[in-house]
Design a binder for this molecule. Structure first.
Ligand code: CU1
Length: 505
């Protein structure tokens, strides 16, 4: 009886292996569900929502998010949206085939007559709702539920990035929802917002889409910036070089990301005036982004570097994201974009940003927080092997695509005249993608060995000697997260506790 009273939630946590996951309102389980579901659909943003869900309450010393039931609803809406999207394959009249932008007039009824496109629109509505509810939850949680003593300037940088992520979603998503609603009305109602033959404007859709779409890029990458800002200091045994600079740069990036959307539309003929504005605003984003990159590099400078797998992925992220950022500056110059738009150069650019960036950051985060989530450390040898395989494979795949773009290879073609540089670069790229796949395979093998075969070393509360509160509790944490939360006196509460402990003994 006494043992039972000690664990506060024995019935929901232990009983009914499947049922307890279906009814869960625990942010940690919802976070893991988000990550697992996203890996199944292979999409980026909800993985980050998963990390945010798992980590934000732990990092700020809270019991859960502000609205746990709403949080569960966000997850289930997300799953529903994904299912609706996939079910468009079976829609009468065929699947949505207007691409991920769904630009009119291709997405209008006369060119996409099947119901697949309507399913696509419906799924966007469901996913938007899910994301909006999630964003509200993050914002309210971070504003209201921080541990005693955790002022704004003592908040972990990952939490800063999730707060900014939430605000960006709130600002950007309604534009997308409005755009697809108007598209639906064009298709099934009697409007012609985007039909030029009836006086509508196709460019209007592009404005609305990219007003969402560019911030979306930062929604995908800001939380990763946050993870990197947590990992680099821990594995450099130094504080982040400029905490305030990184926190304010996060806000700066978010602000400017709302002002650059038309750089995706340079070839639609906006006129030199507008093109110039969006060229300059896009280049201005390089300033806060550069502040972050310099801060990361300066954090490692003369640090006591520990090159464990999370650190390798974090450093890989900094290198690859910087390359992607630099090619972005070239593309922001509209005369260059006129030449390179819709070429493989663009494909190379956004893969350096989103795969080299987001995915490498995601793997850094996964290796770093795995012991907290599942109680065991991933194998270091397999981890390092998977990093180097992925790093080589990634560069072999995407570096040659810059050259292909400069040679004039358009996107979205699968055949071309053989011979010469085109063939050589494409072959390198294909071989590289194979190596990259092997790298991801090694990671999955690592998960298998560590978790399924239970060969991973058991992690204590704080295996990395980290800085933030999630390492104060057990690995994995109990349902209620913390028995008690220490009073926070700096941005590195765990280090403070270690120092205090060392002084006392
Ligand atoms: Cu953009």
């Amino acid at each position: 009886m006494a043992a039972r009273a000690e664990t506060a939630y024995p019935v929901t946590w232990k009983s009914g292996r499947v049922a307890s996951w279906l009814v869960t309102v625990d942010h940690k389980r919802i976070g893991i569900l988000y990550i697992a579901t996203s890996l199944f659909f292979l999409v980026v943003v909800p993985i980050l929502a998963g990390f945010g869900n798992y980590l934000v309450p732990l990092m700020i010393g809270a019991r859960d998010v502000a609205f746990p039931r709403l949080n569960a609803m966000s997850y289930w809406l997300y799953l529903l949206g994904g299912i609706v999207l996939w079910s468009s394959w079976f829609a009468t009249g065929g699947t949505a085939r207007a691409g991920w932008w769904s630009y009119p007039t291709l997405s209008e009824l006369q060119f996409s007559p099947g119901h697949g496109q309507d399913y696509w629109i419906l799924s966007i509505h469901i996913l938007s709702l899910s994301s909006l509810l999630g964003a509200i939850n993050f914002i309210v949680t971070i504003v209201n539920m921080r541990a005693r003593g955790m002022t704004w300037m003592r908040m972990p940088l990952f939490v800063w990035s999730m707060l900014t992520y939430g605000i960006l979603l709130l600002l950007a998503l309604p534009a997308l929802s409005a755009a697809v609603t108007m598209l639906l009305l064009d298709r099934r109602g009697y409007t012609h917002f985007f039909l030029p033959s009836k006086g509508g404007s196709v460019v209007l859709y592009q404005h609305m889409f990219w007003f969402f779409g560019h911030p979306e890029v930062y929604i995908m990458v800001l939380p990763v910036f946050g993870m990197i800002s947590e990992i680099l200091p821990v594995f450099s045994r130094k504080p982040i070089f400029g905490y305030k600079a990184v926190a304010f740069a996060t806000i700066g990036i978010a602000f400017f990301s709302m002002l650059v959307w038309a750089h995706h539309m340079f070839t639609t003929g906006l006129g030199t005036g507008l093109d110039s504005f969006f060229m300059i605003s896009s280049m201005v984003i390089a300033v806060p982004t550069g502040i972050k990159i310099f801060n990361w590099v300066a954090t490692t400078w003369r640090g006591n570097l520990i090159l464990d797998t999370p650190m390798l992925f974090a450093l890989g992220f900094v290198a690859l994201f910087t390359i992607g950022g630099l090619s972005g500056i070239f593309l922001a110059a509209f005369p260059v974009d006129w030449q390179l738009n819709d070429s493989y150069y663009v494909v190379a650019h956004f893969h350096y940003v989103l795969f080299g960036g987001s995915a490498f950051g995601f793997f850094a985060g996964l290796h770093y927080w795995w012991p907290k989530m599942f109680g065991r450390l991933l194998d270091e040898r397999l981890g390092k092997l998977s990093f180097w395989t992925m790093f080589v494979g990634f560069n072999a795949t995407f570096l040659p695509q810059h050259m292909l773009g400069l040679l004039g290879m358009p996107r979205r073609i699968y055949t071309y005249h053989h011979g010469g540089l085109w063939e050589a670069y494409n072959l390198t790229s294909t071989v590289g993608s194979g190596i990259l796949t092997v790298g991801i395979g090694i990671f999955l093998l690592n998960v298998w060995v560590t978790q399924v075969q239970r060969r991973g070393v058991r992690a204590g509360n704080d295996p990395w000697l980290a800085d933030t509160l999630e390492w104060y509790t057990t690995s994995p944490p109990p349902p209620h997260n913390f028995d008690e939360v220490p009073y926070v006196t700096s941005a590195r509460p765990l280090r403070d506790l270690r120092v205090k402990l060392a002084e006392e003994t």
